[in-house]
Design a protein around this ligand. Structure first.
Ligand SMILES: Nc1nc2c(ncn2[C@@H]2O[C@H](COP(=O)(O)OP(=O)(O)OP(=O)(O)O)[C@@H](O)[C@H]2O)c(=O)[nH]1
Ligand SMILES: [Mg+2]
Ligand SMILES: [Zn+2]
Length: 297
């Protein structure tokens, strides 16, 4: 039996990139690696199994025989096994909304995928405040410019071999950065022309393979709708820079809102936690509370 990864889904048909056989070098992108159109086993329907883009699968001929256990699942778009959530923001137009950024980051943390903050359009504005906030909070934060190529090599390095969802406002430069990442390999003579999609919107869900072996999915608004999955107790765990203060508050059940002698609020006052991050935390807690109340009251 062979194995592979689903890179494309279109009305019940899946494109599976077949893993190179063992005598071929692993971890090296093999542009000749076979892409095979496959159908799921009939029994999947009865079992309620829907293969997703990103799934690791076993295939027999042109049949998907098994979907291997998933690291995580996103519903919109339907993808699984996302290793890194590459969140693109900028201090040039469109200027980042930190609540939106922090919601995406919280969701990434909740789903066990690594948030990578990419500050684009640094040729126009170096985004110092965003850089300080997010690197200070403990995230890999990379300044780039799709226009000049600044930071693109560093980003490429950071995502080697990972399945990445590129998320961010429309116009922030997701497609431009993906193009820049694929052009990076021009020097080595490898380029997948299919990335040059320009501004076409695509209705299929697809992973694009970059020359560095990363897979990327390029979707405006990725993940935003799914913050509704975050319960109150998930929210504090989704802010990694709060961690040193958890358990230090006066009340063990402190939600870090209006309670007296709260260590988290103390850290905001001493600027160890960024004010904008704390403001996003409060919004996410309020939203989670509201959902809980409407569900259970
Ligand atoms: N100055 C400058 N402009 C950039 C940079 N990156 C992208 N742009 C411009 O910003 C505009 C939007 O870029 P896109 O790559 O289409 O943005 P996107 O995030 O893919 O947008 P959607 O597909 O609508 O979600 C284009 O006009 C780009 O030329 C950059 O680093 N610097
Ligand atoms: Mg785009
Ligand atoms: Zn507290």
């Amino acid at each position: 039996m062979e194995s592979g990864i689903i890179v494309r889904a279109l009305s019940g048909t899946y494109t599976v990139k077949i893993d190179p056989s063992d005598n071929q070098q692993r971890g090296v992108v093999d542009s000749a690696a076979e892409s095979r159109i496959c159908k799921p086993r009939g029994v999947f329907r009865k079992q309620g199994i829907t293969p997703f883009v990103g799934d690791r699968v076993s295939v027999q001929g042109t049949t998907i025989a098994e979907v291997l256990p998933r690291k995580n699942v996103f519903e919109r778009p339907p993808v699984s096994n996302i290793d890194a959530f590459v969140i693109i923001a900028s201090q040039a137009l469109p200027i980042a909304d930190t609540v939106v950024l922090d919601t995406m980051i919280a969701l990434a943390e909740f789903k066990n995928c690594e948030p990578i903050i990419v500050l684009n359009k640094c040729d126009i504005d170096a985004a110092d405040a965003l850089y300080d906030t997010y690197s200070g909070a403990g995230f890999l934060t990379i300044r780039v410019s799709a226009e000049t190529g600044l930071g693109i090599a560093e980003l490429s390095e950071a995502i080697v071999g990972k399945i990445c969802a590129f998320a961010g406002n429309t116009g922030v430069g997701k497609s431009s950065i993906i193009n820049a990442l694929s052009n990076l390999a021009l020097a080595t003579g490898e380029i997948s022309g299919k990335l040059k999609r320009g501004r076409h919107t695509t209705r299929t869900t697809e992973l694009f393979e970059l020359p560095n072996g990363a897979y990327v999915i390029d979707t405006a608004g990725f993940g935003i709708v799914e913050d509704t999955e975050l319960a109150i107790e998930d929210v504090e765990l989704a802010f990694r820079e709060f961690e040193p203060y958890l358990g230090q508050c006066r009340f063990p059940d402190c939600r870090h809102l209006q309670e007296p002698e709260c260590a988290v609020v103390g850290a905001v006052h001493t600027v160890k936690i960024a004010r904008s991050r704390y403001a996003s935390y409060v919004k996410l807690i309020e939203a989670a509370k509201m959902r809980w109340d409407t569900r259970y009251k």
